[in-house]
Design a protein around this ligand. Sequence first.
Ligand code: ATP
Ligand code: MG
Length: 147
Amino acid sequence: MTIVALMKIVAVAINKGGVGKTTTSKNLATAAAAAGFNVLLLDMDSQENSRKWGTRRTKRNPYKILPLVKFTTESSLPEEIERAKNAGCDLVIIDTPPGRSPESVAAVEAADLLLIPVEADDQDSFDAIPKTARNPSFWRPQQSDAE
Ligand SMILES: Nc1ncnc2c1ncn2[C@@H]1O[C@H](COP(=O)(O)OP(=O)(O)OP(=O)(O)O)[C@@H](O)[C@H]1O
Ligand SMILES: [Mg+2]
């Protein structure tokens, strides 16, 4: 029997800064790589914190448990995803910028799973959840929204 594993895409996003998107992305990517999965971490934040971490880790990590880390923009995202699929990648994790951005919208649209990190004692975090999760491709303003 042939088992065909389908690549999964996880977006880590919230319309809020500094709540742990990059930390969650890096840790998940590393844990999945350590578990033997072929992992690509895509950094869509122009701060490039994940990408810089990937470069440092490649230089220093003695265990060679490495998710591949690349920076990408919303216009290059579809081609990066296609390339990862063709390369036999198991899991793509996307770290996104703070706030609502074309990058975070593209990541949410591309994802099979959306992870929204929140600070447990911060109401702003919770208020940002519906704005982040609302997928523009299936959500359109209804007549009742305007009333
Ligand atoms: N689970 C956690 N517990 C405690 N501190 C955390 C946790 N996750 C992240 N942090 C700390 O919170 C700070 C912000 O984390 P991080 O850079 O991951 O947030 P971010 O959402 O990616 O920020 P930005 O919006 O600027 O990209 C860092 O100092 C990080 O070490
Ligand atoms: Mg970040």
